[in-house]
Design a protein around this ligand. Structure first.
Ligand code: NDP
Length: 283
């Protein structure tokens, strides 16, 4: 039987750890597969996915900036993908691509099981309203957080995410520039890609009193991209400063389970990656 083909599609994607993670899961579970990284600019996404399917691709992880577009091309969306309006896991079916979203369950598993956080009733600030924010917001609400404030550089996208969540009493979209007027939060999550590109395009300076006593700060990115936010979080005396590496491993395990019907063990894979990607904090 030919080896099954999988890939992560993003832009940029060269530094993605997903091929390494899925290779480790495959070794652990004895499943033969190929997992490639495909770089596709936004205008090339549809063609890249079609070429991947034509070459026998049966499953793909979708990363920035394609998660919203991926949701539009699917012939079926899971409940998680529908609620997010964003897809990070594609599975090939006879009728076309089926879309799912494992980002939210990945983040919640990492925060509650690996880091031991109790999310219930935490007043939460989500910075960003792109594909990742859309994936994690429903899962955080399901995990019992308190009020969810969503701030975004482009306020219409925060409004759109809040509209989609349809919980007006619990979800509050606000302008990023007004972040200093919102009080403090038990959980602050950076779901922007601000520090991945031009250093001059970083987040505006966040107020030091944004994090409540014993509050947690989480950056969904990891490695160098997480440095500015986690350095701020340390200076703001966050009790927990957490990067996105654990979420990355957990969302990958959830995708792996959907494709191969077996859930890999994640702790050893996480520990190995953590050796390579220490939490880098300068403050
Ligand atoms: P998108 O491109 O879909 O969204 C980017 C978000 O960042 C938007 O809200 C955008 O605001 C905001 N943003 C970008 N630049 C700036 C800036 N200079 N100032 C303020 N806001 C800015 O990306 P994703 O949502 O897919 O990814 C976001 C981050 O999450 C990335 O760092 C990604 O690596 C990480 N991630 C980590 C995962 C993990 O498993 N650990 C999984 C998924 C994502 P606007 O709407 O105004 O453009």
């Amino acid at each position: 039987m030919s080896v099954q083909r999988y890939a992560v599609i993003g832009h940029p994607v060269a530094h993605s750890l997903s091929p390494r993670i899925h290779a480790a899961f495959a070794r652990q579970t004895g499943i033969g597969l190929e997992y490639a990284a495909i770089d596709a600019a936004p205008e090339d996404f549809d063609a890249a996915l079609a070429a991947f399917a034509a070459e026998g691709g049966v499953g793909a992880n979708i990363t920035l900036p394609h998660k919203l577009r991926a949701a539009q091309i699917c012939t079926y969306l899971s409940e998680a993908a529908q609620r997010a309006g964003a897809v990070n896991t594609l599975t090939r079916a006879a009728t076309g691509w089926q879309g799912d979203n494992t980002d939210g369950v990945g983040l919640v598993r990492d925060l509650t099981e690996r880091h031991g956080l109790d999310l219930r009733a935490r007043r939460t600030l989500l910075i960003g309203a792109g594909g990742a924010a859309r994936g994690v917001a429903p899962a955080l609400l399901d995990a019992g957080i308190g009020g969810l404030y969503i701030v975004n550089r482009t306020p219409e996208r925060a409004d759109a995410l809040a509209d989609m969540l349809a919980l007006p009493g619990r979800v509050h979209p606000r302008y990023l520039k007004d972040v200093g007027t919102l009080g403090n939060f038990d959980l602050v999550i950076n779901a922007t890609s601000a520090s991945r590109g031009d250093p001059l395009q970083s987040l505006p300076t966040l107020p030091i009193n944004l994090i409540a006593p014993r509050g947690a700060a989480v950056d969904l990115s990891y490695g160098e991209a997480a440095i500015p936010f986690l350095a701020w979080a340390r200076s703001a005396r966050a009790h927990d400063c957490i990067d996105g590496l654990g979420m990355l491993v957990e969302q990958a395990a959830e995708s792996f389970q959907r494709w191969h019907k077996v859930r890999p063990e994640t702790d050893a894979v996480y520990a190995k990656l953590r050796d390579r990607e220490p939490i880098l904090v300068t403050a």
